[in-house]
Design a protein around this ligand. Structure first.
Ligand code: PGA
Length: 252
């Protein structure tokens, strides 16, 4: 088993250009310690080109986008296409983050269209799934994860799926300071791998990186990353502090 270890920093709608500069400069200066781990930075759209330049030829760090549109071009004022992202050096796109699902009403069918665009432009999607607090309380979390995954994965061949990264992000843990326990996270990650085995096969299930997200920080990352089915993290708040982000990358 040789899964890629990944730590991704989702900056959301934070930073100015000056702050982005400072953050990336610090992260790059620590990159010699990122052995075997791929770091991916997801800055806001306007800073992608600049962040990419600052990273230069540092191979351990890549840049991604937090979203893209379902269409490749046209009269969609305010939107950004996957082709545009590719043209400025992005390699990854977050798809279906719970904030997109919740505030922007993105449905699983929208995510399918977005991922088709992502793959057509030779980018890799990080598909986010996760249950709300109410869904977990009602013990519906397994059902929610199955629905979110199967409705999207059923639209992609095994070759297409080989480009995916999955992020399990329980909504109740995002930005709340409340992290899923190691047992809760490992249980869902193993469950996600079993769903992938059912849809495709065990070889691909064992090769896909599955990241944990939701109040993952420099203190709890080590224990979470020791779980057998957790291949890294999708980090929000703690990715805005260079020292914390780099410590998380060093937590494997
Ligand atoms: P958080 O966010 O680390 O601030 O909880 C994670 C995410 O939304 O990806």
């Amino acid at each position: 088993m040789n899964r890629q270890k990944i730590v991704a920093g989702n900056w959301k709608m934070n930073t100015t250009l000056a702050q982005a500069n400072e953050l990336v400069t610090k992260i790059v200066s620590h990159a010699c310690g990122f052995n075997q781990v791929k770091a991916i930075i997801f800055p806001p759209f306007p800073f992608i080109t600049e962040v990419k330049k600052m990273i230069g030829d540092e191979k351990t760090i890549s840049v991604g986008a937090q979203n893209c549109h379902t269409h490749s071009s046209g009269a969609y004022t305010g939107e950004v296409s996957a082709g545009m992202l590719h043209s400025v050096g992005c390699q990854y796109v977050l798809i279906g983050h719970s904030e997109r699902r919740n505030y922007f009403k993105e449905k699983n069918s929208d995510l399918v269209l977005k991922i088709k665009e992502v793959l057509a432009n030779k980018l890799q999607p990080i598909l986010c799934v996760g249950e709300t607090f109410e869904e977990r309380k009602a013990e519906n979390h397994f059902k929610v994860i199955i629905e979110q995954l199967t409705s999207v994965l059923s639209q992609f061949s095994i070759t297409e799926f080989s480009q995916f990264i999955i992020a399990y992000e329980p909504v109740w843990a995002i930005g709340t300071g409340e992290t899923a326990s190691n047992e809760q996270a490992q249980e869902i990650h193993a469950f996600i791998r079993s769903i992938i085995t059912d849809i495709y096969d065990s070889a691909i299930a064992n090769n896909i990186s599955i990241l944990y997200g939701g109040s993952c920080n420099a203190q709890n990352a080590k224990e979470l990353f020791q779980c057998p089915d957790i291949d890294g993290g999708l980090i929000g708040g703690a990715s805005l502090k260079a020292d914390d982000f780099c410590q998380i990358i060093g937590s494997f």
